[in-house]
Design a binder for this molecule. Structure first.
Ligand code: NAP
Length: 478
């Protein structure tokens, strides 16, 4: 499959003619080629976005919303095709890919409506001869740099609000997953989005990123990816004082109190830990279970994990697909070996799964490690794989302290039936998102984002829209 980039409404290749290979993570086969673009193509994309800006931002929110709704509808119409494309390039089970397309469309659909509610204010003045008005205006040309783990949703979570607010955008998808982005571009044109409002550039991350931060027309960059790259971009943003949102890595604690509904907690742990083979920024990385129920929890969770079928994402019944690449596999193996070497017990899994010839060696068995400790790699770094480390705790105070002992602060989860504890612990957890008796908190209406080294800025909800507006204050002498 040959693909092109979208610049100024035209489908184009790289100036050099060079291409990057897109591989199926399950088989390592090359399934498509995408343009290997750099700074020059990015400059043209930014300039197309700048040209399209006045026309798009002048449209009414209702007119913009109609285009966005057509895009969301087209995504749902083509859900099966888009899901299959996503599984091909990313590896996740088809059922999850279908879910991601619906979830990705929900950001576009929700922003289409919310764009109509970007209210300003008339503020009571301290002087009889003045009136004070605040206006919410589009930021301008924006750029998005996105990761491979949610190839569609990490784009639409930025694109929907940006377009709804009247901004235009240049998107640089991850090298491994350009196909979902390109398919979104095709549907956006079909939906009637004017040329230049949404541009897609694939290729050399450093060259594309360098141009995004160098070009003065770019007024805001939204990045989702690793904390390591986020820190580099933060330095680059200082050049033009470019506004930033950073959705970075996480290290989620998952706490099960002694009064929890254990079945719900097991179901929640399974959902948050093994979705996308554990390759999500909000998946549980450290599971703390009260000593009084730990044995029972481990028994039920390992029992439930036995039923998780490992295999290629397009095979029937598969719940855990391949890891994205060989580096990811090495990291998972290193984390499990390190934990074992330091005394953790492998309750189940703890080994790669060999699917035989024709398949890449990137499948890892769902693994439960009992007795993780602070010095283990699993306690400090994102494993980004299907590994669930568990340990026990005695008191609420102790577990909140352990949960907060991390440089990351994206998502945290806990299960309890005590309403007072629910509020107390939700307030005490130093995280941007708290799932209280809920392992799947992300939704278009809610402000997703982190604290500490998990970044800043919010995506989704009213707050996610405001990221794409600037408040202007008009002091009006009368
Ligand atoms: P990554 O390596 O940081 O890459 C993310 C994006 O940044 C890719 O498009 C990548 O391009 C690009 N990039 C890399 N170096 C760059 C540079 N010097 N200048 C400009 N762009 C650059 O992250 P990843 O491995 O794709 O994704 C996994 C990470 O994302 C995990 O840490 C995960 O927790 C985090 N994540 C966070 C959230 C959230 O909402 N907080 C959501 C999903 C994922 P190439 O692909 O071309 O290298």
């Amino acid at each position: 499959m040959q693909t092109r980039n979208l610049i100024g409404g035209e489908w184009v290749g790289a100036d050099s003619g060079r291409e990057i290979q897109v591989r199926n993570p399950a088989t390592d086969e090359v399934v498509a080629m995408a343009p290997d673009c750099g700074a020059e193509e990015t400059r043209r994309a930014i300039e197309s976005a700048a040209q399209a800006l006045p026309g798009w931002s002048r449209q009414t929110a209702g007119d913009r919303g109609r285009v966005l709704r057509r895009l969301a509808d087209a995504m749902l119409r083509d859900q099966e095709r888009l899901a299959r494309l996503m599984t091909l390039e990313q590896g996740k089970p088809l059922g999850e890919a279908r879910g991601e397309i619906a979830y990705a469309a929900s950001f576009i659909d929700w922003a289409a409506e919310e764009g109509k509610r970007l209210y300003g204010e008339v503020v009571p003045s301290s002087s009889p001869g003045k009136r004070i008005l605040t206006l919410r205006q589009p930021v301008g040309v924006t750029a998005a740099i996105t990761p491979w783990n949610f190839p569609a949703a990490m784009i639409t979570r930025k694109l929907g609000p940006a377009l709804a607010c009247g901004c235009t955008m240049v998107v640089k998808p991850a090298e491994q997953t350009p196909l979902s982005a390109i398919a979104l571009g095709e549907l956006a044109l079909e939906a009637g989005l004017p040329a230049g409002c949404f541009n897609i550039v694939t290729g050399d991350a450093k060259a594309i990123g360098g141009e995004i931060f160098r070009h003065p027309a770019v007024r805001k960059v939204s990045f989702t990816g690793s904390t390591e790259v986020g820190k580099i971009l933060m330095k680059m943003a200082s050049e033009n004082v470019t506004r930033l949102s950073l959705e970075l890595g996480g290290h989620a604690p998952f706490i099960v109190f002694e009064d929890a509904d254990l079945d719900a907690a097991v179901e929640g742990a399974l959902a948050t830990k093994f979705r996308n083979a554990g390759q999500t920024c909000i998946c549980a990385n450290r599971i703390y279970v009260h000593a009084g129920v730990k044995e029972e929890f481990v028994r039920r969770l390992s029992g439930a994990m036995e039923g998780l079928k490992v295999g290629p994402g397009d095979a029937e019944g598969v719940r855990v697909g391949p890891l994205i690449d060989d580096d990811a596999m090495r990291k998972v193996r290193a984390h499990v070996e390190d934990a074992q070497g330091r005394g953790a017990r492998v309750v189940c899994g703890g080994r790669p799964v060999d699917l035989g010839s024709g398949f890449a060696k990137r499948f890892y068995a769902p693994t439960l490690l009992d007795g993780f400790t602070d010095e283990m790699l699993v306690s400090r770094e994102e494993t980004f794989g299907p590994v669930a480390p568990v340990r026990s705790f005695e008191t609420e105070e102790e577990v909140v302290r352990m949960a907060n002992d991390s440089p990351f602060g994206l998502a945290a989860y806990f299960y309890t039936r005590d309403a007072s504890r629910l509020m107390r612990v939700a307030e005490a957890l130093d995280y941007g998102i708290v799932g209280a008796n809920d392992a799947l908190p992300s939704t278009a209406q809610a402000p997703f984002g982190g604290v500490k080294q998990s970044g800043f800025g919010r995506e989704g909800g009213r707050q996610g829209m405001q990221e794409y507006t600037t408040v202007k204050y008009v002091s009006w002498g009368i």
